[in-house]
Design a protein around this ligand. Structure first.
Ligand SMILES: [Zn+2]
Length: 406
């Protein structure tokens, strides 16, 4: 027993001696860890037996980065010191969402275009680059202006198919926009011939040509569009097959605008099945099943979801070929709701007619003025639907478990 006690005492003395000699023979000097990951500071302090405390604060720097240290670089450390290091907890995202005005229950513009004519605005008889009295067709000049306007106002394109399937992927603070073209007019994607590699050459002053130049100039614009076509496809029999392939390979979508541009409210059910089913079959064959199951309603007809023909648009069988439609597009006048809104109906979507009417009657200017206060503003992440507190009651029941309010 006696020997044991002496042994312990002996060991104790040795330990003290080692610790003291460490501080007196080779003093430790603090290093600068600001801007580095806190693991490095912890390792250094631990190895040198210096006590430390970590405090976490919200900061713009990456989570885990040291923002400050209580002992400055070069200062001598001894065993009684406690170094306090302040570490970034990452950004306070709630504060950031608030500052930016993130609103994932805001409205989304689905633009309806038809023809894009290779003309300047002063070559038409109508105002603001409209080519016809109703403003269904636009000049190339006005189409370029529209795209610049969308981009500079923080809009970024998403696929229509993503929108109607509740998938919005837009960077933080930006707003989604969707482009659609009806009727498959030649000037949507005018082909000039083939290049040496056998690829189609697209007229830079057709809709796709203009969009491709924006794609190059602004990669973050995420340029895409959905083309709703009829049996004549893009009215270029020599190139139709290659156009379809090219569009699908380059991030564009193809949808159904009926076989012969029929008014679906003024024909019978069998005729609706023929118009929708026969076109789906044609699209399926041409795209290898990569077309979207979306119908753009010719003339915006039927105008009511309750119309007796509506069921044949959504589901049917044409000559043994079965089809289902996930969504239909109206010839609307205004933006539609966020897909996370309780009143959103993805089977009957409103569109904005892309035309100019001096800021009146739901033209582009009028609609985007309304959208300034009501638009969807993205949080840039997909784990939560981020909405201001006062809108919480408007979230769809399918998404209540995912909501994050501020
Ligand atoms: Zn049409």
């Amino acid at each position: 027993m006696l020997i044991g006690d002496n042994m312990k005492r002996f060991v104790f003395v040795i330990v003290i001696f080692v610790a003291l000699s460490f501080f007196y023979d080779s003093p430790v000097h603090m290093k600068d860890f600001v801007g580095q990951n806190y693991i490095l500071a912890k390792e250094f302090l631990y190895e040198n037996n210096i006590k430390y405390e970590v405090t976490y604060v919200y900061d713009e720097s990456i989570e885990g980065t040291i923002i400050s240290q209580s002992v400055i670089e070069g200062e001598k450390l001894d065993a009684n010191d406690v170094v306090i290091i302040e570490v970034s907890n990452g950004e306070d995202m709630i504060e950031k969402y608030k500052k930016i005005g993130v609103n994932e229950l805001g409205r989304i513009p689905v633009m309806m275009y038809h023809g894009i004519y290779d003309m300047s605005d002063d070559e038409t008889d109508y105002l603001g680059g409209n080519v016809d009295s109703h403003g269904y067709h636009r000049t190339v000049e006005s189409f370029k202006k529209d795209l610049n306007f969308f981009y500079s106002n923080g809009y970024r394109m998403i696929r229509l198919d993503d929108y109607v399937n509740f998938n919005i992927d837009v960077e933080l603070g930006k707003s989604p926009i969707i482009l659609t073209f009806d009727d498959g007019l030649k000037n949507n994607v005018n082909v000039l011939g083939y290049d040496d590699d056998g690829e189609i050459i697209i007229d830079p002053n057709s809709a796709v040509g203009v969009m491709e130049s924006f794609k190059e100039k602004y990669p973050d614009f995420n340029v895409t569009a959905t083309f709703f076509i009829n049996q004549p496809i893009f009215n270029q029999s020599k190139y139709n097959d290659d156009i379809i392939k090219w569009l699908l390979n380059n991030g564009y979508d193809i949808g159904n605008h009926t076989y012969s541009h029929a008014n679906l409210a003024s024909i019978n059910g069998d005729e609706v099945i023929y118009e929708i089913g026969r076109m789906y079959k044609l699209l399926d064959d041409m795209t290898n099943g990569k077309n979207v199951n979306i119908v753009s309603l010719p003339f915006g007809s039927p105008t009511s979801r309750e119309h007796e023909n509506f069921e044949y648009i959504l589901k049917g069988e044409y000559n043994g070929y079965e089809y289902t439609t996930s969504s239909t597009l109206r010839v609307g006048w205004e933006s539609d709701l966020s897909p996370f809104h309780k009143n959103f109906d993805n089977s009957f979507v409103k569109r904005i007619r892309a035309y100019d009417n001096d800021g009146l009657d739901f033209d582009i200017e009028h609609n985007f003025k309304i959208l300034e206060k009501s638009k969807y503003v993205s949080s840039g992440q997909n784990d939560f639907i981020v909405v201001p507190n006062n809108l919480k009651g408007s979230i769809s029941k399918d998404f209540v478990d995912k909501v994050l309010t501020y």
